[in-house]
Write a protein that binds this ligand. Structure first.
Ligand code: S3P
Length: 446
């Protein structure tokens, strides 16, 4: 019988053409679900991402007392008026670092015991980065796994606001601290080393919570343990830029391609791939969506269409401030490096080693399997691109969804079919990936 966790990809010289849409943004869907569950009244979220990760977040907020009704990608959440109920079982966040770390922030403000856990990948990722600031705020935060990993048991309650300088650029850690800060006494300030995605700040403001930003500092004022006052929301989650990235890259590197990806989130803290691709010589145009008519629900954050015309690309470099805004796209950046002529360098990206897999190592191994010359550094990779992409190999995603999808795109450019192992994980973030792949001319088996 065919193994559903392996996928054979056939090379294709066809240039992708036409239009497509991608599912809702994962980061926005997680945050909207958690905060809607705490709001006053009923929130309606359109184009919610119904992938495994976000479904786990919906299950978790149900376990915490919220009512959730779902029809396709429309999700209706009846909020709890500012406070969760004590959970009767562990909260299993599956594969999702965002789910676990953000919910931990909210739970730290609750005077009960809760335990957050996840799959083997999530239970191997660093959690001291959230347990430390939560403990400083006065929450008992115990890591039950080895080496500072989940399960994480929290006994929350009376928190005090803190001034917290993040040791790494991480939107998840920033969000965890700010969400705990909502329940603390006094002001909580997170100071980032570099700007990271600001979806938490945006959704909080939308729900009526003042969030102050001053350069790299973000502050919220806490409720001192009182239930939060959060306005329920209605809105449409924009398409996930990180899912669109696979098609943007696949089309940009294929001369003759002309592809439009519609209704993609264009939050500037997510779209550094477009700047990176332009430096490679890509032809990309962005058409922002018109403002919604009066009475219409607008998108949650800026959105629009991305038009890509394929061309021969040249290697370039990325590092520094660009990295947090490109962080989830670095697997596909590695693939672009293999397809572009010359040298592509990724530096300052040590955080990649703390993702769903050690993405520097899995990417280096994956590209090497295709015959691409790669040098691995502690904080990045150097890729020598433009040569033959050798098929006939097996590339292992190591259970990492973004590596699996990036390898599938590279396999289209190979000279023979390629087997990709461990592809079930794609469902954590992009359930319709295989259908979109087929619509763009990619043939896979089984
Ligand atoms: C995310 C933040 C990033 C990103 C992840 C989603 C978020 O993680 O890689 O996929 O939704 O806040 P870090 O905060 O660990 O960098």
């Amino acid at each position: 019988m065919a193994d559903p966790d392996r996928m054979r990809v056939f090379p294709s010289a066809a240039a992708p053409a036409g239009e497509l849409t991608v599912p809702g943004d994962k980061s926005v869907s997680h945050r909207a679900a958690m905060l809607a569950a705490l709001a006053d009244g009923t929130s309606i979220l359109g184009n919610f991402l119904v992938s495994e990760d976000c479904l786990n977040t919906l299950h978790a907020v149900e376990t915490l007392g919220a009512e959730v009704a779902r029809q396709g990608t429309d999700v209706k959440i009846s909020g709890l008026g500012g406070r969760f109920r004590a959970p009767l079982r562990e909260l299993d966040m599956g594969n999702s670092g965002t789910g676990l770390r953000l919910l931990a922030g909210l739970l730290a403000g609750h005077p009960f015991v809760s335990t957050l856990t996840g799959d083997a990948s999530l239970r191997s990722r660093p959690m001291r980065r959230i347990a430390d600031p939560l403990a400083q705020m006065g929450c008992e935060a115990e890591l039950l796994g080895e080496n500072g990993c989940a399960p994480l048991r929290l006994r929350g309650g009376a928190l005090r606001g803190i001034w917290y300088r993040l040791p790494m650029a991480s939107a998840q850690v920033k969000s965890c601290v700010l969400l705990a800060g909502l329940y603390a006494r006094g002001v909580t300030t997170a100071i980032e080393p570099l700007p990271t995605r600001d979806h938490t700040e945006i959704v909080l403001r939308r729900m009526g919570v003042p969030v102050e930003t001053d350069g790299l500092r973000v502050s919220v004022e806490g409720s001192a343990g009182e239930p939060l006052a959060l306005r329920c929301v209605q809105g449409i989650v924009p398409g996930d830029f990180s899912s669109a990235a696979f098609w943007i890259a696949g089309a940009a590197a294929r001369p003759g391609a002309e592809l439009t990806i519609r209704n993609v989130g264009l939050n500037p803290r997510r779209t550094a791939l477009l700047d990176f691709l332009k430096r490679m010589g890509a032809d990309i145009a962005v058409r922002p969506a018109p403002e919604p008519a009066e009475g219409e629900h607008g998108p949650w954050e800026p959105a629009g269409d991305i038009v890509v015309r394929g061309r021969a690309l040249e290697g370039t470099e990325t590092g520094g401030e660009e990295i947090p805004n490109l962080i989830d796209e670095l697997p596909i950046v590695g693939v672009l490096g293999a397809l572009a002529k010359g040298r592509t360098v990724i530096r300052d990206a040590a955080e990649l080693r703390a993702k769903e897999s050690d993405r520097i190592a899995t990417l280096a191994r994956g590209l090497t399997a295709f015959g691409v010359r790669v040098e691995e550094q502690p904080d990045g990779l150097t890729i020598h691109g433009g040569g033959r992409i050798r098929g006939g190999c097996e590339a292992d995603s190591c259970g990492d969804h973004r590596i699996a999808m990036a390898m599938a795109i590279l396999a289209l450019f190979a000279d023979q079919p390629v087997t990709i192992a461990n592809v079930a994980c794609i469902a954590t973030s992009y359930p319709g990936f295989r259908d979109a792949f087929a619509a763009l001319g990619g043939h896979t088996e089984p």
